[in-house]
Design a protein around this ligand. Structure first.
Ligand code: AOF
Ligand code: ZN
Length: 356
């Protein structure tokens, strides 16, 4: 069975052996223990002209060799005339390391089969460079699987800002605290434990200064009661002009903390993008979240609903500039799950251009 895939230069055929190698490259890219960092997960398999695997490699994180370079090192002379099967279009730039396009050419690789095209404007162009040098290039093979390995990275290099996930927890009647301000333990222990995994899955956790002043949150990731090591913690970000009070728990050194002294969400995200933050978890409060919603900068929502009623008390979202039902921010539900006694809802924002 021969599968056809679109390339930059028309349609070319990919042999089953190459698809199999791409599956292996995807597996390599997803190797456990690879830290989530500013760079994508990438895997590479080198096939000799008769289809033997002569080298394998994957990227271990920013500053280390790219997947292709790893595989070329393993293959040595066997790379001459080989086919490189790689989950991301080879890069064409000198960043923390050199261009993979050049490394593949120098090694005498004859053919490149890649999955996702590199959406990073800084690094892209490898396919064109290789094709211009006479290498056969086929792109788009299992591209959706490759993209799914790096959703936040793909989003952020495509949009020039981090992916924004807003997390909240409320009673069934939408209260995030009681009228007297008490808000601890609205949701069950199971939901609260999950929030730590959610934090561990992003590069930064963002709150407004008001939330720091009112709730004094720690914002560090804990597992089984123990705070994870500092280098595994997402960046804690406090947005607001006034100083964070001395003794606030976010200043305790368990994780790095950054204060951004502007209110404009665009400026906040621009600063985080500059620091190569690919994803942020927005954890309140209502004023900061309202500013993000107003600016169209909430991409997804994770909500825990506790089966409780309060009847009074604040809601999760402040005035986001919507005064009539037609202006509501509409979400599309991705997943609904029971967690302990609570219901967890995952939804993503529907952008104007996605509506019929
Ligand atoms: C590849 N193979 O294994 C990876 C690529 O800072 P640098 O030099 O590591 O470059 C990072 C960019 O290079 C990254 O954003 C992405 O566009 C590309 N990563 N490219 O050919 C790899 N990790
Ligand atoms: Zn590279």
């Amino acid at each position: 069975r021969r599968e056809r895939h679109r390339t930059m230069t028309g349609t070319r055929t990919v042999i089953p052996r190459e698809i199999e190698a791409m599956r292996r490259a995807l597996e390599l890219a997803a190797s456990p223990g690879v830290p989530l960092d500013p760079n994508p997960r990438v895997g590479c398999v080198l096939l000799s002209p008769d289809g033997e695997v002569v080298g394998e490699g994957f990227h271990h994180g920013a500053g280390t060799p790219h997947a292709e370079v790893e595989a070329l090192r393993v293959a040595g002379d066997a790379a001459r005339g080989a086919t490189a099967v790689v989950t991301l279009e080879p890069c064409d730039h000198t960043g923390r390391t050199g261009p993979c396009s050049r490394a593949l050419l120098d090694a005498g690789v004859a053919r490149v089969v890649h999955a996702q095209s590199d959406p990073n404007p800084v690094a892209a162009g490898g396919a064109a460079r290789l094709a211009a040098a006479g290498v056969e290039v086929v792109g788009g093979v299992l591209a959706a699987q490759a993209e799914a390995l790096n959703p936040h990275w793909t989003f952020s290099v495509t949009h020039g800002r981090p992916f924004v996930l807003w997390k909240s927890a409320s009673t069934l009647d939408g209260r995030v605290a009681a009228a007297d301000g008490t808000s601890r333990w609205i949701t069950s222990a199971a939901s609260r434990a999950e929030v730590h995994d959610l934090r561990a899955s992003v590069d930064a956790v963002v709150v407004g200064l008001g939330t720091v002043l009112e709730d004094d949150p720690h914002l560090a990731v804990r597992r089984d009661g123990a705070v994870l090591p500092r280098e595994q913690q997402p960046l804690r970000v406090v947005v607001g002009r006034r100083d964070v009070p001395e003794g606030a728990r976010v200043l305790d050194g368990a994780a790095e903390t950054l204060q951004i002294r502007v209110h404009d969400p665009e400026a906040v995200l621009a600063e985080l993008h500059r620091r190569e933050v690919r994803s942020v978890l927005l954890e309140g409060g209502p004023t900061l979240v309202a500013a993000f919603v107003r600016a169209g900068l909430v991409d997804a929502v994770r909500w825990y609903v506790a089966p409780a009623l309060l009847g009074a008390g604040p809601s999760a979202l402040g005035d986001a500039g919507m005064s009539t039902i037609a202006e509501a921010l509409r979400l599309s539900v991705v997943d609904v799950v029971r967690v302990g006694d609570d219901v967890r809802i995952d939804a993503r924002a529907i952008r104007a251009h996605e509506e019929e």
